[in-house]
Design a protein around this ligand. Structure first.
Ligand code: PAF
Length: 319
């Protein structure tokens, strides 16, 4: 890959983030494909492209298919599915992975890294993004604010792979998706995980926007305890957690105060959530270290119960 040529980018998962990356990369002249398991949605996107809602709606042509063989080859494969769908996404993209494109996984949480290690068999990077995006309808995305995307390799990667990641980050930045490469992506992943630990399950349980967590006495206390527990687990595993993770999480609540978290959106739409990759991973890591994390345990159990169709008390009015 050279810094000045157009990339062939395959995005697996046309959710909010997938559509945002597709629209901006296509606008910058890259050749963008969606690989989707949903034939109807793929046809709609292939016919109409993606629509990016900023000040004015902008339509961008992208191709879309359910069959990776139709694409032929890719320079970059971006996994924009939920963490629990990473295994299926890798299976679907398998014909494209043979030639060793750069694979970048953009998920919340941690649980899926083991699947990437087992299935990918090639250099895979992860990305943590603070881009704000909300899906309005299939193929239509509202850009809720630009933020940086941090990329890096969780495992050892060769010089060529490092070069390729740096070039990709530069091309993303040139396309209006500010990106940087971190030599310590594991810390960045954990920093973001701690924010999700404090926000996602609680917004789902209290059925509230991110900022409202700070206005509810009990919710704010639970947020603090959940993040502190998770930070203790991270440090016990030797992860370098920078600064004050509680202050960082509360700052994200303020910066995204009107946002409906991804987990609350999932619960509202009756979809599975990423609880296992967020609070669930803290519970499992803590158990392996012989540590107690009662708040994360409670949050995990309550979200599991909701997913299983149970009637956990979700109450907006709790102070
Ligand atoms: O998952 C989410 O919704 C986001 O990662 C965050 C940062 C919690 C903002 O809503």
């Amino acid at each position: 890959m050279t810094g000045d040529r157009a990339l062939i980018v395959v995005i697996v998962g046309p959710g909010a983030l997938g559509c945002l990356f597709a629209a901006l990369l296509s606008k910058a002249g890259h050749s963008v494909w969606f690989l989707d398991h949903d034939r109807e949605r793929a046809c709609k996107i292939a016919d109409h492209g993606v629509c990016l809602l900023e000040t004015m709606p902008q339509f961008q042509a992208v191709r879309a298919t359910v069959n990776a063989n139709e694409i032929g080859r890719a320079d970059v494969v971006l996994l924009c599915v939920k963490s629990y769908d990473v295994g299926k996404a890798l299976e679907m993209a398998a014909p494209l992975l043979v030639e060793g494109p750069l694979l970048i996984a953009l998920q919340n949480g941690l649980g899926h890294h083991e699947i990437l290690r087992r299935c990918a068999g090639l250099s895979w990077a992860v990305g943590i993004t603070s881009q704000g995006a909300a899906l309005v309808e299939p193929g239509v995305v509202r850009h809720g604010g630009s933020g940086i995307t941090t990329l890096g390799f969780m495992d050892k990667a060769g010089i060529a792979a490092h070069q390729c990641l740096a070039e990709t980050a530069a091309l993303f930045a040139a396309a209006g998706l500010p990106a940087t490469v971190s030599a310590d992506i594991s810390s960045a992943v954990w920093d973001k995980l701690l924010v999700n630990v404090g926000i996602n399950a609680l917004t789902a349980l209290y059925d509230c926007a991110n900022g409202e967590l700070l206005e509810k006495r009990r919710a704010r206390e639970q947020l603090r305890q959940a993040v502190r527990e998770a930070a203790r687990v991270a440090r016990a595993r030797g992860v370098n957690i920078s600064g004050d993770p509680v202050a960082r999480t509360e700052a994200v609540c303020r910066a995204t105060n009107k946002n409906i978290s991804s987990m609350l959106q999932d619960i509202r739409h009756g979809r599975p959530t990423e609880i296992e990759a967020i609070n669930g991973v803290i519970v499992r890591e803590a158990a392996a270290l012989g540590m107690d994390v009662p708040v994360n345990q409670e949050l995990t159990q309550k979200i599991r119960a909701i997913q299983a169709g149970g009637s956990v008390n979700r109450n907006r009015s709790v102070p």
